[in-house]
Design a protein. Sequence first.
Length: 211
Amino acid sequence: MKVFQLTASSLALLLATSTLMAQSMSQFKGKPGSKVKIDGSGNVHDWTVEGHIIGGTLELDSAFVNDPTKAAAGTKIPAKVDANIPVRSIKSGKSGMDDVMHDAMHAQEFPRISYHLKELTLKATPKSAEGPFEFDSVGELAVSGKTNQIKMPVRMEKVDKSTVKTTGNTTLKMTSFGIKPPAPKLALGLIHTDDDVKITFEWQTGAAEKQ
C-alpha cells in the first residue's frame, strides 16, 4: 500500500510540475510576412533565391516575455523552436534555375527544410520590454535528409503585443548537407556554383490562441 501511495504521489507531483511548466511558456506560431534568402556565388555571377513561407512554432519563457529587462547577459532562456520551410517555395524567378536547385536539394524526397532549437543564450540585458533581444543559438538544421548542428546569432523583437519577429543569418556549405553544388552544362559552357552559401531569414510569429 505504501509503495502505491508513493507512486501515486510522485505521479501527481510530476503532472503538477508538467502543468506548471506548460503554463510558463508563451507560444507563438508562424504567420505571413516571413522571408528566407539564400545568397551564393559561382564562376559566372552571384545569385540569390528567396522564399516567403516559414512555418512552425516558437515558445519562450513567459517570465522573459513579460519582463525581459530583468534577464542577465549569459542567461540560458527556456525556449523551444520547431520551424520548417517548403523547399519548392524557395525560388529565383527563373524556372530553369529553380528546377536545378530543387533537384540538387532532393526536394521530391525531402520536401521540407526543418530547424529544431537546442539552446538559446542571451548576449546582453535588453534595454526595453520590446527589445531588441540578442541571442546566441544552437540548433539542428535538416536539409536534404542530412541534419547538422549549427550555431547562429539571432535577434528578436516585439513588433506589437502579439507578434515577435526573429532574424538571423549564417554561412553554410552545401556539401555539409549532402548537396552537390549545381554545375549545369549549357550552350555557353559549364556553369558551377561555389560550395558556401549565406542564409538570411526573417520569421514573423504571432501569439497562439490559448486553449
